[in-house]
Structures are given as C-alpha cells and as structure tokens.
Design a binder for this molecule. Sequence first.
Ligand code: URA
Length: 291
Amino acid sequence: MPRTLDAETRRALAERVRYCHELGIYDFYRREPTSVVTDPTLSPAIQSELREEMSPRKAAAVRVVEEDRILEIVSPKPEYGVGDPVAALKLIREDLGDCTRCKLHKQGRKQIVFGVGNPRAELMFVGEGPGADEDAQGEPFVGRAGQLLNNMIKAMGLRREDVYIANVVKCRPPGNRTPEPDECETCSPFLMRQIAVIKPKVVVALGATAAKNLLAMNSSLGELRGRFYDFKPAGVRSSDPSWPGARLAVTYHPAYLLRDPRQKGETWKDLQMVMKYLGIEPPKKAAEVVG
Ligand code: URA
C-alpha cells in the first residue's frame, strides 16, 4: 500500500514534509511497538500472558508500520541502496557531521562517539552514551565499564572486534548524567540507521536507557530482561529487504554491574540466551571471565 499512495495523499504528504523542512525538521521517525518473542520452553499459560501483555499495542503497530513506510519513501537517506556496510556507515557518519542537532554539542563534548566494530556483526551492543574516557578517545566503552563489557564479550567466546558497539547518544552528557528524552529522540535515528546497515541477528541493550529507547517501552529493566523481542529499527529501511530484523535482548549496564556485582549472574543468563540463539559455545570457565 505505501508504494501506491493515491495522488492526493502524496501531495498532502509532500506538503507536510516541505512544511517540516521549513521548520528545520529533516528526519522523520516513528517508533514501532515491539513484539515479544515468547520462549517456547515457557508454559503455555505464561506464553499467552506475555502475548496478552502486548496486545493493546497491536492495532497501533499496524498504523505505525504504515506511517514508517511512508516516511521512508519521503525521507530517503544517503546510505539507502548502498550494499557495502563500510561505505554505508561512512555515509551515516558524514551525514551526522559535526553535529549540533541537540544541546549536548555545547555542553562540553570533545568529540562525537559514533560506534566501533565489525560492520557485518551478528551481535551488536548498545549503551547509553559516552563517558569521559569515551569522549576523550572517540570510541564507545573504553573506560572501566568498557573493560567489563570486553570481559563479557570474551566470556561469550567472541572478540571485541567481532561485534559492533554503539550508544543511544553519541555525545557525552555533562557529568555523565542520563541523556534527556529530547537528546535521545534527536540522536537515536542515527543509531537506527547504523543498525539497519549492520543488520545484526541480535542487539543487546545495555541498561534501561538503551532498552527503553530501542523498544519504546517504559518498563523497568527487571521487567524487560530475560526474553527476546522482535526488533526492527524505527523509521529506516535496511539495504537488504530480506533482513527480517534482529532479536533484541536487554541486560544490565556494565557500569551498574560495577556498582552491584551481584547482578553478574543474571547478566550471564541473558548472554547465554543470546549465545544459544547465535549458536555460540562459550569457552570453558566463561562465567569466571565475566566476574
Ligand atoms: N557507558 C555507556 O553507556 N556507553 C559508553 O560508551 C561508555 C559507558
């Protein structure tokens, strides 16, 4: 349906887009409500309860998907049609430029922290935003939390360079505060585009900020973790129409684990769920590496 809009709808849409451009709004995104992938090993009663939980969102989902598709058509991105993820990521980085789209650009950031890793990664980790070390080095997760994330990746039998790592916001919030909703809204479309280019099988949201922004859900981390969600980056098109989207898992942020190491065991369970799905055998003594 979206590719055969009638002439009047097209005209109205073009008018609307022109109006937004006049206001300085160039990017259009709508969040797609997320569906839960129920674990077949759970009892039928629990599976049905989980599905019930999502049902009020379903009708809205259909509408939002349609709107997303329309916005994809009227707001094409430079990387669309570029099959090579290295080139496509470069185009996204160029589009980001020396970004001044939100207030973080004038609140002491040294540089933009775009993302790092394998542009064809099957597994992607998404954190909240750069801290002081990341801001200084221009790479996500290079401080103490990054060391722990590296250990988690190693415990999974992977290397840091096998995965892709990015954040919801690409500039350091002052004093490492949590990024504000308007900052996440402005920046996360670039993350969505990165995900659409990389086409991972699994995205792991590290902590509540990443989880809430990716899933557009406002539940607590404890409620969100422990299961997979179907995930398609909102408002963007993948270069590969056959990419079915990723599964998304939520776990604790490594910085939180540094403060409360008791949750490492739960984190390891989340990572094991991811490994099982990806068919990864953990090396021996893996859980000790996380610790
Ligand atoms: N915390 C994050 O969320 N991201 C980083 O890159 C570093 C610390």
